[in-house]
Design a protein around this ligand. Structure first.
Ligand SMILES: C[S@@+](CC[C@H](N)C(=O)[O-])C[C@H]1O[C@@H](n2cnc3c(N)ncnc32)[C@H](O)[C@@H]1O
Length: 264
């Protein structure tokens, strides 16, 4: 079970490694990383609409580091409150803010200050700062009230959590009854070897903490969410240096996955 990080991992230093990587992405997304980034990747590998992305500030699209396309899984209604669960520089957050209109709310939570600063700048440039709130926080302790969110979107971040059960419990808590989870994350064909799971570098590259697909579905169900369904698959690491570091038969890929909080 890879729901938690290996027991000899120090969670605080793991978080610091993850924060250091995404601080570097925030400062210079064209640097050398194990994972793909940016608008061209989002369009070619993940099916984002090029015109919609071209209309967003480049500082958000250049720093995009997701692995799937959560907003492709369902329309957002005008007036809804959406949480972008570890929003990074905010590409999905801005798309959500546009879709919910000025009666809605788009809330981004992220633990990396440099990413939050870019996301806030991007929201202002995109003209959606009025309905966007970006707050510091951890996936495992979301700084939001119970039942305060209609939709949680999450792109490439659950794998980074050292305690995925707790992160999913938090999603369940903040969703209102009937609320939706639209999650994209990395999956592997079988559990990763301990050396891969123990590498802070591969963990921060969204690989070391990836779950086998059935385990992801089981954890979502165990958190109380229902109607879990894989909606699409992506070869998000094709051609990346991360792919070269894990064995081919692990079939490193990503899924779009939806679920919902029961009404009662
Ligand atoms: C792979 S990037 C994805 C960001 C964004 N969803 C996107 O699609 O571009 C990972 C982001 O998750 C944040 N993050 C990682 N672990 C976190 C945690 N435990 N709590 C809060 N944020 C976290 C990082 O700071 C980083 O901005």
């Amino acid at each position: 079970m890879a729901a938690t990080c290996p027991i000899d991992f120090d969670v605080a230093s793991l978080r610091e490694s993850v924060r250091a990587v995404y601080t570097r992405v925030a400062a210079d997304p064209s640097g050398d990383f194990h994972f793909h980034r940016g608008l061209d990747y989002a369009v070619a590998a993940l099916g984002y609409d090029p015109a919609e992305l071209a209309a967003l500030p480049r500082l958000a699209t250049e720093r995009f580091a997701g692995v799937g396309n959560p907003l492709a899984m369902g329309a957002l209604a005008v007036g809804e409150t959406v949480l972008d669960h570890a929003c990074g520089a905010g590409m999905d957050l801005l798309l959500a803010a546009r879709r919910v209109g000025n009666a809605g709310r788009a809330i981004g939570v992220d633990m990396t200050e440099a990413m939050r600063e870019q996301a806030m700048r991007a929201a202002t440039l995109a003209g959606v700062a009025d309905r966007t709130r970006i707050v510091p926080g951890l996936l495992e302790e979301l700084p939001l009230d119970d039942a305060s969110v209609d939709v949680v979107i999450s792109n490439g971040v659950l794998n980074l959590s050292p305690d995925k059960r707790q992160a999913l419990r938090e999603i369940f808590r903040v969703l209102r009854p009937g609320g939706r989870l639209l999650l994209a994350d990395v999956v592997v064909k079988r559990e990763l070897t301990l050396p891969v799971r123990q590498s802070p570098e591969l963990w921060a590259a969204c690989i070391g903490g990836a779950l086998p697909e059935p385990e992801l579905l089981d954890l979502v169900r165990a958190a109380g969410l229902c109607d879990g369904r894989i909606e699409a698959r992506f070869k998000s690491f094709a051609g990346s240096s991360a792919e070269a570091k894990v064995s081919v038969d692990l079939e490193l890929s990503a899924v779009n996955f939806s679920a919902r909080k029961p009404q009662i």
